[in-house]
Write a protein of this length. Structure first.
Length: 128
């Protein structure tokens, strides 16, 4: 009799842990001291879901296995684009010029490690 139990379990773990979501990177910005990387991307998890714009941050040069990237922001309406730039070594500006001032985010973090995150909603963006 064949012993396929452990092999089947391992195969199932490898194929399902890869995730079914795709990501399209729109912009990556490295902090002035090159310690952090902020990434603006669209995530899609299949035909029945819409694209979700998110901004995440990670330490540069550190593999994700040691420290997972942190999602800082995610807006509800994928037609309203985000913009981002570093305004200082430890300050990231995330702007959404098309969002109304009272726009609700799915996720809206104001800090991560020693990085401060500011938001600008509605009106003209100060990001060139």
């Amino acid at each position: 009799m064949l012993r396929l139990g452990p092999a089947l379990i391992l195969a199932a773990l490898v194929t399902t842990s890869c995730g079914l979501c795709g990501e399209d990177v729109i912009q990556t910005a490295i902090s002035p001291d090159k310690k952090y990387s902020a990434t603006y991307l669209f995530r899609s998890c299949g035909a029945t879901t819409s694209f979700v714009p998110i901004v995440r941050i990670a330490r540069t040069g550190v593999a994700g296995i040691f420290r997972e990237p942190k999602v800082l922001a995610s807006i509800r309406d994928p037609t309203e684009g985000l913009e981002m730039r570093w305004t200082a070594k430890r300050e990231l500006l995330i702007a959404c010029p098309m969002c109304p001032p009272n726009h609700r985010f799915w996720i809206k973090e104001h800090a991560w490690e020693d990085v401060k995150v500011r938001y600008e909603l509605g009106g003209a963006s100060s990001i060139p």
